[in-house]
Design a protein around this ligand. Structure first.
Ligand SMILES: Nc1ncnc2c1ncn2[C@@H]1O[C@H](COP(=O)(O)OP(=O)(O)O)[C@@H](O)[C@H]1O
Ligand SMILES: [Mg+2]
Length: 309
């Protein structure tokens, strides 16, 4: 029997307009139970707006949306009892301690004092904040605050957690710890939806990727699938003296697809051993040979312009 799981989230022609500005443009997607779905896109692509519509915090202009079997936005309040959100900016209460923040959050969900007291130690352990239980939030590092924001979502024992850029601005150690925790939650059967600017994060954590730009979905699928669909398996980044001359005189004969970005030429191919040999014969050039990755796909689909907004 095929393993047919029902989608936890199903969006059909989901649209958000602000005045004449369509910031989410008729997108269709599903998220399966127990999977991790990553939404990638440049600044302004519509990622946060999409997540906020999922949670019922922003009203869609058009389309159908169901989350955990509830119709959104009509039944969003009921749905939120079973879901958690880690927003793009932490919204912890700075005047309260770690424990007080958890307590107040539990009260929003109507939990009794006894239930809250029972859950707090588990959340402190999950967030690796046992030593900081009584510390004020303002004294915590950025990584600790993120862990508290993530841990806090567990207070109501959710089935789905939505995370908006959970690791932006964190150092590598802090990021690793968040990744471990997200994997732990996934192993427990939770469904995760996250946005990120870090392609290696998406490749590591996500079963499915949605690439958005200007409110539209450009591509979706498993990370490996997307890479295979768009980019040959080998990428060689070359830079150095007289690169363009070498490209015309030597590299052209290998007939690899290539493009120049800044001072580097990127070569893409299936069989690159002879090409690497030619590079080794030229001491003026430096190169990096690596497997194709999600960033290559992302840049191919969204272009290489800088988005500052
Ligand atoms: N409340 C709002 N009113 C008007 N425009 C908005 C509002 N919220 C977001 N936008 C616009 O919608 C677009 C998408 O924003 P957002 O969803 O935050 O993108 P992302 O999270 O991908 O960076 C942006 O151009 C932003 O300026
Ligand atoms: Mg955003």
């Amino acid at each position: 029997m095929p393993d047919i799981k029902k989608p936890i989230i199903s969006a059909h022609q989901l649209t958000k307009q602000y005045g004449n500005n369509t910031v989410v443009n008729s997108i269709d997607f599903c998220v399966q139970q127990g999977s991790c779905c990553g939404i990638l896109g440049p600044n302004g692509a519509g990622k946060t707006t999409t997540l906020r519509m999922l949670m019922g915090h922003v009203l869609p202009s058009k389309g159908q949306l169901s989350v955990l079997g509830w119709n959104i936005p009509e039944q969003a309040r009921a749905m939120r009892q079973y879901a958690g959100i880690v927003p793009q900016q932490d919204n912890l209460d700075p005047d309260f301690s770690v424990t007080q923040n958890l307590s107040v959050y539990g009260q929003y969900f109507g939990l009794s004092a006894a239930e809250i007291q029972e859950r707090i130690p588990k959340i402190l352990a999950f967030s690796a904040l046992e030593q900081k239980a009584d510390a004020r939030v303002t004294t915590l590092s950025g990584g600790m605050q993120r862990r508290l924001s993530l841990g806090r979502t567990l207070i109501n024992d959710p089935q789905l957690i939505v995370l908006d850029e959970p690791t932006t601005g964190l150092d590598p150690q802090a990021r690793q710890l968040i990744w471990q925790r997200l994997r732990q939650l996934k192993n427990q059967g939770l469904t995760l939806v996250l946005t990120t600017h870090y392609m290696e994060e998406a490749e590591r954590l996500c079963d499915d990727i949605i690439i958005m730009d200007q409110g539209c979905i450009l591509e979706q699928g498993a990370p490996r699938e997307l890479i295979e669909r768009h980019i040959p398996p080998n990428v060689v980044e070359v830079h150095g003296v007289d690169l363009e001359l070498w490209h015309q005189d030597v590299a052209a004969q290998f007939e690899l697809h290539s493009e120049t970005i800044g001072d580097t030429r990127f070569y893409y191919g299936y069989e690159v051993a002879p090409f690497l040999q030619a590079l080794n014969d030229n001491p003026e050039l430096r190169y990096l040979h690596r497997p194709a990755n999600l960033e290559d796909v992302f840049l191919k689909l969204t272009g290489r312009d800088l988005r500052d907004d």
